[in-house]
Design a protein around this ligand. Structure first.
Ligand SMILES: Nc1ncnc2c1ncn2[C@@H]1O[C@H](COP(=O)(O)OP(=O)(O)OP(=O)(O)O)[C@@H](O)[C@H]1O
Length: 314
């Protein structure tokens, strides 16, 4: 039987085969403390840790200091990062904190020559994410959940999630075996958050197994990757991109690829991509031969579709 360290080492190498320093994002909760301990025994001397103090909870500074002490005892370099908010987040605080967190981690990694940063997302997190996104009617990219390997936003530094195959209970056992007491995030019990409700639903439903939901998310992530590849090919072969417009031969393409090509026009023409169902309305219009406007762009039907910046309104 594999030891937790051997199991973790195999999970890590499947995502990152680098020989440099691995960064660990440690909030002080049980999941990321377990990640810290597992990494410390799998890649000793080749890791560093960071804790982001968002300044949003009174306990945050003490939790960051606790992580610092755990690292210090083990000779692991640790930094507390305090993100500078452009402006204090008024709405959707969790999303704003996540953006600030990843930006702070990217800056920390670049400054310290860290090759890859790991977070402690696990199978139960992934299952909750899939449920939450199903409940919102998300598309494929959303249902694919948190990715096992990607890049920190705006950088080429790898962002990896080596614990997606682990259950939360297994991680709690790693922390308990080391005699550590993790921090407790009060938002975990706050039923105003979808995640808390999804967690409670899964805990009360014995016929849904979180690892199976997580496996579905992984299949969907592969399908999403394949469609990204196909849409890149379709763009290369069927789109003519100019500085002020794009023309597309969309005949016979599956609807999802047509949608992806239209979405790509937003990036190409410097427009903000729409969220939600409006793009479907534009697509229906183009297919049935009617002109549409969305997000500052005009969509003209025809043998080839034309997408261009909408003329300014008088
Ligand atoms: N304050 C923090 N400092 C350092 N790392 C953190 C911090 N908060 C979260 N992390 C890292 O991110 C992981 C996931 O945490 P959490 O689920 O709170 O984040 P999230 O980004 O909101 O998740 P999701 O994107 O799934 O909603 C943690 O296990 C840890 O590795």
């Amino acid at each position: 039987m594999l030891t937790p360290t051997d199991r973790f080492a195999a999970d890590l190498v499947a995502l990152w085969a680098g020989q440099g320093t691995l960064g660990i994002a440690v909030s002080g909760g049980p999941d990321s403390l377990a990640l810290l301990l597992l990494a410390a025994s799998a890649v000793p001397g080749r890791m560093a840790a960071a804790t982001i103090d968002h300044g949003l909870r009174t306990d945050a500074a003490a939790e960051a200091a606790m992580v610092g002490a755990v690292c210090c005892e083990r000779g692991i370099p640790h930094e507390i990062l305090v993100p500078g908010w452009d402006q204090p987040p008024a709405a959707n605080i969790q999303a704003a904190a996540r953006v600030a967190r990843y930006a702070a981690l990217a800056e920390w990694a670049a400054r310290n020559g860290i090759e890859a940063v790991a977070t402690a997302h696990h199978a139960d997190d992934q299952a909750e994410t899939l449920l939450m996104r199903l409940a919102r009617g998300s598309g494929l990219a959303g249902l694919a959940g948190v990715r096992a390997a990607t890049c920190l936003p705006g950088s080429y530094i790898a962002l990896i999630r080596p614990l997606l195959g682990w259950r939360k209970m297994e991680l709690e056992a790693v922390v308990a075996a080391a005699g550590l007491t993790p921090a407790h995030d009060p938002t975990n019990n706050d039923f105003r958050f979808d995640r808390t409700r999804a967690r409670s639903l899964l805990a009360d439903t014995d016929w849904i197994e979180p690892p199976r939901l997580a496996a579905s998310a992984a299949h969907l992530a592969e399908a999403e990757e394949a469609l990204c590849w196909a849409s890149q090919n379709a763009w290369d072969e069927r789109a003519e991109a100019h500085s002020d417009r794009v023309t597309i031969d969309a005949k016979g393409l599956p609807r999802d690829l047509q949608r992806r090509l239209l979405l790509r026009c937003f990036a190409h023409l410097g427009a903000t991509p729409p969220r939600g169902p409006e793009l479907g309305r534009v697509l229906n219009g183009l297919v049935s031969g009617s002109l549409a406007t969305l997000g500052g762009l005009q969509f003209l039907p025809g043998d080839r579709w034309t997408v261009r910046r909408a003329p300014p309104r008088n």
